[in-house]
Design a protein around this ligand. Sequence first.
Ligand code: BTN
Length: 249
Amino acid sequence: MRIHLSQTDSTNRVAREEAVAGAASGTVVWADSQVAGKGQYGRSFVSPAGGLYFSLILRPALSPDCLPFITLATGLACSDALARHFLVDVQLKWPNDLFLQGKKLGGILCETLFESHLSPAQATVIIGVGINCTGGKADFPQELRPLVTTLGEEYCGAIDLAALLEILVAEIQATVLLLPSERSSLLDRWQKHDYLFGQSLRYRNGEERFIGVGKGIGEDGRYRLVDAQGCEHAIIGGQLRPLFWPEDE
Ligand code: BTN
């Protein structure tokens, strides 16, 4: 089922409500714009008209250890599908950002819904994806314009958002279902799009801060950094950014 809204607060919020009410796995909520789009770590996600904003409800029956990899699988699926259909090279910034030509093209926010009467393997996952598509930088607040891009800025042809939605949903579903059997090869494929690899990075998580060089993703899904003393760190949360970005962005 497809639920298409011209505007909503957040498709993830609506999808969660639909999931709790019993919506089938495979249901998609999508919107032309969002007024309270949610990003990772409680941040907001600016969602003007011209973008594709959707949330896919999945009950993939995966073992709980696969759940943290769904964001990575979704990023890979988006990158592969966009490369195939628009000939663009979308890079993945661990854990959930899509980058094009060094600017943010979109992001992913996966939320898991555990219900008390169901086992963790029956958890519902809400896979939220936002991609800047047909608009331009002018649709974004002034302070974001140097940091974002849209598909339309790199691709000259027409972009049919409804068709793109179906392409992405199919690719995400197929990729997520490979997680139990092909996690390692999915991670290898993910590494080929790693935006942070080899870059000098700043890591911040509360009081913990250090600078290191990006070494790619580990088998456990954590991102690996080597600091100036040669120590390897494997990180799971916090903020990881290229050193050349302004510190407060
Ligand atoms: C991020 O950049 O931190 C993640 C952004 C995820 C945005 C998408 S848009 C569709 C879905 N609904 C939301 O409120 N967020 C996700």
